[in-house]
Design a protein around this ligand. Sequence first.
Ligand SMILES: [Zn+2]
Length: 206
Amino acid sequence: MDRSKNFTHELPEGYKPVKEVDVGDKRFGLLMNVAGIVLTALAGVGFFFLKFRGDPGSAFPDLGNIWVFEGWLFALLVGLIAYLVLHELTHGVVYRILTGEKLTFGLKLTCAYCGVPNIYVTRKAALLSLLAPFTVFSVAFLVPFFVLSGPVSFTFLVLFALHFGGCVGDLYDTILLLFCLKGKLLMRDTGPKQTFYVLSDGEGDA
Ligand SMILES: [Zn+2]
């Protein structure tokens, strides 16, 4: 594979920064988290209705038994932490395959992140890395949600809903790349911050 097509080390002449997305910025980070909570609630309620509308009570673990409930909460927490790590690793694997460059991982108050800070990636490479965790984990959580039943199915629903809301930053960047930023484009992703550069004379498309 010719990785050099997917990125450059130096910003080529003529590219100008046109948009910056920084979840490290308190205001924007808060806004993204609020949007994430809304997406989580919508996905959770929508899919709950889809599957459990006939018998809502069958979804929940035994709420009368404190050990069952606490065990369930603990399993969910472990699942979520594993998910968070795997989500970022999935971004990283795709960036690594496409570029072979050094990655950066981290955790902020407003987000967990993975970036490839020393290079400028093409629109295609950016989209592949942004959408990889969204795609992989939507399938990984929705298949057992639909196939299994009862509280186990419900657990995958909770994981899916939190995953869906948690992808809000990735989805926001995706919308910018697909619909808002036209022309030849490169993206620099330091992890919490993505900067988009567009060739100012705007010939062709990256
Ligand atoms: Zn992500």
